[in-house]
Ligand binder design. Structure first.
Ligand SMILES: NC(=O)c1ccc[n+]([C@@H]2O[C@H](COP(=O)([O-])OP(=O)(O)OC[C@H]3O[C@@H](n4cnc5c(N)ncnc54)[C@H](O)[C@@H]3O)[C@@H](O)[C@H]2O)c1
Length: 374
């Protein structure tokens, strides 16, 4: 089969991972075009990855060529207009997380999809072998019902991290560790446990020079009654990404930082169930690491089969809605149900609703949220 033609838009940090992983599958895809408003970065990227067509303007690229897939690797505030432009031009879009700054923006993207131009979000942790296997074990009930879950994204980012102009701003990044970092673990948790029902949460800006939160904590109740504790932090010196599921006959844990393979998972059987739990778990061994490459393979498989690629808009919206609900609960003090945040809610338009509680107070450090000295 002819390789799919791919364009990369935004040639910064994460684009290098996209290019590196696409280079491992030349029979499936080739990068035909790159776009960045920074000509120096564009040229360096295109030279390194041997990209023939280079543009400093997305519309110009879409006029000149019609890639099968556009990988959006730009800052979050650009995802909505750029995704809609690509979908209107007939290209499928694979968009970096977060897919949009708000549910309103996300719904506008969804409305621009067609039968052949799809929108998929990069949530690469869904695609590791053991994540797929665990979803199957849950679907078939082999470990019993889930009783409790833990979902921690305890990371550390120093003040300097916020010096990049688009970081730490609701209007460009859409949030702090809840929206930008913990969204990966929360998405993986939702892919395993299914729909969430309601959330109560707190969020604060405790230490960093940012307009967004640098810490949040939530209690998320799922449709089946499972309750998960969720913490998203940029203030944690021992960093970890940790998920734990206590099923009736086994505890399953995943501990990693930015990606995992089989060795990052542990399973602990309930005494008396050792053999059946170990046998069920062993069936999933060797399914591969998480990461962009695994998601790209799934995307090209879906395009070959003519089906909607993962992560679908419904799945990505469920995750984005949970993030929105965490902010809404934290800033209003209310318990928020899934489906409650509709177009009439300020949180539908912006993740901080009508404003974070600390919006009019000085950031904790000498650096302002925009990165300059106050
Ligand atoms: N999936 C992951 O694990 C992961 C990891 C890191 C970042 N990300 C996401 O990837 C996206 C980009 O993050 P990054 O760290 O690579 O950012 P970055 O700042 O390193 O790169 C962004 C690039 O976009 C370019 N750009 C800005 N405006 C543009 C425009 N109008 N048209 C074309 N290019 C434009 C910039 O010049 C820059 O080169 C963000 O949404 C981020 O959350 C995802």
């Amino acid at each position: 089969m002819t390789p799919y033609e791919v364009a990369i838009v935004g040639t910064g940090g994460i684009a290098a991972i996209h290019a590196r992983d696409l280079a491992t599958m030349p029979e499936r895809a080739r990068i035909v075009a790159a776009v960045d408003i920074d000509p120096g970065r564009l040229e360096a990227f295109a030279d390194q990855w041997d990209v023939p067509l280079r543009f400093t303007d997305l519309d110009h690229m879409l006029d000149q060529c019609r890639p099968d897939v556009v990988h959006l690797c730009t800052p979050p505030g650009l995802h909505r207009p750029q995704a809609i432009a690509c979908l209107d031009a007939g290209s499928t879009v694979l968009c970096e997380k977060p897919p949009a700054l708000s549910l309103a923006e996300f719904d506008a993207i969804v409305a621009a999809q067609t039968d052949t131009a799809h929108f998929a979000t990069v949530f690469q942790h869904r695609f590791g072998g053991y994540a797929r296997h665990l979803r199957e074990l849950v679907r078939t009930g082999r470990f019993g019902r889930c009783m409790a879950a833990v979902c921690n994204t305890l990371w550390f980012r120093p003040d300097e991290y916020f010096a990049v102009p688009w970081r730490g701003r609701w209007d460009v990044e859409g949030g702090g560790p809840t929206m930008g970092h913990g969204i990966h673990q929360m998405d993986l948790m939702l892919s395993i446990l299914g729909p969430w029902r309601e959330v109560v949460a707190v969020a604060d800006r405790r230490a960093r020079p940012t307009g967004t939160e640098d810490f949040s904590a939530a209690l998320v109740t799922f449709d089946d009654g499972t309750v998960a504790t969720v913490i998203n932090s940029l203030l944690s010196p021992r960093e970890t990404s940790y998920l734990r599921f206590d099923f009736e006959i086994a505890t399953v844990e995943l501990e990693h930082l930015y990606g995992y393979d089989d060795s990052n998972w542990t399973v602990t059987p309930l005494p008396g169930h050792e053999e059946e739990v170990r046998a069920a778990w062993a069936e999933g061994a060797g399914g591969g690491a998480s990461g962009h490459a695994a998601q790209f393979h799934a995307l090209f498989d879906a395009l070959n089969a003519g089906v909607v690629p993962d992560v679908t808009v419904q799945d990505a919206r469920d995750t984005l809605e949970l993030v929105t609900a965490i902010y809404a609960s934290a800033f209003t003090g209310e318990r928020i149900r899934r489906g409650q945040i509709g177009p009439d809610s300020p949180f539908y338009q912006r993740m901080d609703g009508s404003g974070a509680p600390w919006a009019n107070t000085e950031a904790p450090s000498a650096l302002t949220a925009a990165g300059g000295r106050s």
